[in-house]
Design a protein around this ligand. Structure first.
Ligand code: SF4
Length: 97
C-alpha cells in the first residue's frame, strides 16, 4: 500500500491553489519551484498529471524528501501527532520514529 512506502501522502491527496491559480500539493509549498501548474493556463487534470507533479511523487516514493519540501515545518517542527494528520502515518514509519 502506498501509505507504507512514502514520507508524505500529500502529493497523492492534497491540493493547494493560490489566488493566481498556481497549484502545489500543500500550503507548506508556496514557492515557485514547488508549483506543479496553473489553473488559469491548464486544466486540473493536466496540472495533476504534470511532469513536475510526477517528479515530486517519484521522489517521495524513494523515501527521500523532495528538494521542494526542504523547509517543510511538518518535518522540522511538527509533533508526531501533527505528522500523523498530514502524512497518514507514513512519515514516522519511513523515518523510523
Ligand atoms: S513533505 Fe511537507 S511540504 Fe512536502 S508535500 Fe508533504 S506536507 Fe507538503
Amino acid at each position: 500500500m502506498i501509505k507504507d512506502q512514502v514520507l508524505c501522502l500529500r502529493p497523492w491527496k492534497g491540493i493547494y491553489v493560490t489566488l493566481n491559480g498556481d497549484v502545489t500539493f500543500c500550503c507548506y509549498l508556496p514557492r515557485p519551484e514547488a508549483v506543479i501548474g496553473n489553473l488559469a493556463r491548464s486544466t486540473m487534470e493536466q496540472v495533476w498529471n504534470s511532469e513536475k507533479a510526477a517528479r515530486i511523487r517519484f521522489e517521495m516514493l524513494t523515501k527521500r524528501l523532495p528538494d521542494v519540501c526542504g523547509g517543510c515545518p511538518l518535518y522540522n517542527y511538527a509533533s508526531s501527532e501533527e505528522r500523523e494528520q498530514v502524512s497518514g502515518g507514513a512519515a514516522d514509519k519511513a523515518s523510523g520514529k
